[in-house]
Each structure stands twice: as structure tokens, then as C-alpha cells.
Design a protein around this ligand. Structure first.
Ligand SMILES: [Zn+2]
Length: 262
């Protein structure tokens, strides 16, 4: 490791950022949908899903030494484009040049997804609760479990960068991995897209099979999720989910009334 490792030639952050903005503008003019990662303040991720993603990756010894280099990168706006698709993340990162980063993530094995659904069965009240991370401790434990949860393990992830420093994990890739956390703050449903599963299947599925029966309801929720989540996230939930005993009470009253009627 020689002098100036990783920093040749030194380009001031502001200059790098200007260069990046110009390059992204060019791509936009060509019709590319450019989605930069913007971090406000020092915290990279603020929501349950974004934080859980970052904390999950930091748990692995394969990553813990290399990941921190990515924090400054993503905070400085170096991740000028990040797109999450099924099984992969594509990104453009400004270093001394503009580099292409690809992160491949294996889709969630069917049996693992089935187990997650069974363990969360009936405990996620609504799509909004799921996306906002308003989950019970039990559900949080299930979805964030290091080995059996929704987040990928390092052996399910393969990394690539077009930079000359490329060795296992460069700072561009590390920046992108944190960038994914920031993106999940805005659009948590992308985690499920990345893993190739339908997040709506986690909502209200108390028994196996009820998932399909609730397909119609899920459709209604989808419309909400596709809207501006920032706006949706600003709305407080109107009322806590109705408790089972009050529903039963209602039925009892109805029965009593019915009897009286007879
Ligand atoms: Zn790189």
C-alpha cells in the first residue's frame, strides 16, 4: 500500500460534486432516469428499514472493515445514481472518475420467504405499518434475523465496480451499500423487490392461504404505496387496529338484539 492510496489524484469534494452533477445532467438529457442518493445531515438512514439494512451489513466480519469507507462517500453525494431492481442494484459513483457499481443480490429462497410469512402471520396490521416499520418486536426480530430474515447475507451478495482499485470491496461499492439503506428510507418496498418477493403478502396473513384470498385488498393498498410515500409517511395512523374483543363484543350485542327481535 503506497502513499496516497485510494486518493490519486486528489479532487476536492465540491469539484467532484460539480463534475458529477454535470455528468448526470448529460445522462438525463439522453433520457436516463437518474436517481441520486441524497443524505440530509449526518445520519445515513433514519427509518426502520433503512437502519436495519445498514445495521445488518455491519454485522458481518466480511464487511465491517471495508464498509465504513462508504459512509463519507454516500454523505458527500458521490452516489449520483442508484437503482434497485429484482436481484440487483445498479449505481454510478463519482470518485476520481465516474464509476459503475453493480451489486447482485440473490432473491429470497421460497422456503425462507414462506417461513418469514408464517412467523409474521397476522401480526402486520396494514401495508402502511409494514412500510413505516411500525412493527411488533416479534415481527422486527423475524424480518431482521441475521440468517433467516429478509436481508441478504454476504454469501448472497456479489459486488463489482469499474474502478482500478477494485478488490473485493472498494469505497464506491461500500458507498452504494449505504446508499441502498438511504433509498430504503424513501422506498422501503424496494427491499422486497430486490429480494424478489411481494411485500403485500406479509400484511394480515394470519393463516397460510389467506394471502391469496386477500389479493383484492392488497390491490387497494398498492395504489397507496405507489403514491408519494413521503406524503404518506407524514400522515399519522387514524386509529390503532381494532382489538379482537371489541369485535366479539359487537357481535354479541348484535346476537342479543337479534334474540330480542325474535
Ligand atoms: Zn470502485
Amino acid at each position: 500500500m503506497g502513499w496516497g492510496w485510494g486518493w490519486r489524484p486528489y479532487v476536492p469534494v465540491a469539484q467532484r460534486r460539480r463534475k458529477a452533477i454535470l455528468q448526470m445532467e448529460k445522462l438525463r438529457k439522453k433520457g436516463a432516469a437518474i436517481a441520486p442518493v441524497r443524505i440530509e445531515g449526518r445520519q445515513i438512514a433514519r427509518t426502520f428499514w433503512g437502519k436495519a439494512w445498514c445495521e445488518h451489513l455491519e454485522k458481518f466480519s466480511d464487511y465491517e472493515n471495508r464498509l465504513p469507507r462508504g459512509r463519507t462517500y454516500v454523505r458527500n453525494g458521490a452516489v449520483c445514481h442508484l437503482e434497485i431492481r429484482k436481484g440487483e442494484v445498479w449505481a454510478k459513483v463519482m470518485g476520481s472518475h465516474l464509476y459503475e457499481v453493480q451489486v447482485k443480490v440473490k432473491t429470497l429462497p421460497e422456503d425462507r420467504w414462506k417461513t418469514v410469512k408464517e412467523r409474521c402471520g397476522g401480526k402486520v396490521a396494514s401495508l402502511l405499518d409494514l412500510l413505516r416499520g411500525r412493527l411488533s418486536e416479534r415481527v422486527m426480530e423475524v424480518v431482521t434475523d441475521r440468517d433467516s430474515g429478509l436481508f441478504p447475507r454476504p454469501k448472497e451478495i456479489s459486488l463489482a465496480c469499474s474502478c482500478p482499485d477494485w478488490a473485493e470491496m472498494c469505497k464506491h461499492v461500500a458507498g452504494v451499500l449505504y446508499g441502498v439503506g438511504a433509498r430504503l428510507d424513501e422506498r422501503p418496498e424496494l427491499l422486497f423487490l430486490l429480494r424478489g418477493v411481494d411485500h403485500k403478502e406479509l400484511v394480515g396473513s394470519a393463516q397460510a392461504g389467506s394471502v391469496i384470498a386477500r389479493g383484492k385488498k392488497g390491490g387497494k393498498h398498492k395504489k397507496l404505496a405507489d403514491g408519494d410515500l413521503g406524503e404518506v409517511f407524514g400522515i399519522e395512523l387514524a386509529a390503532p387496529p381494532r382489538k379482537a374483543h371489541s369485535a366479539r363484543g359487537g357481535r354479541r350485542t348484535a346476537r342479543r338484539l337479534g334474540r330480542r327481535g325474535r
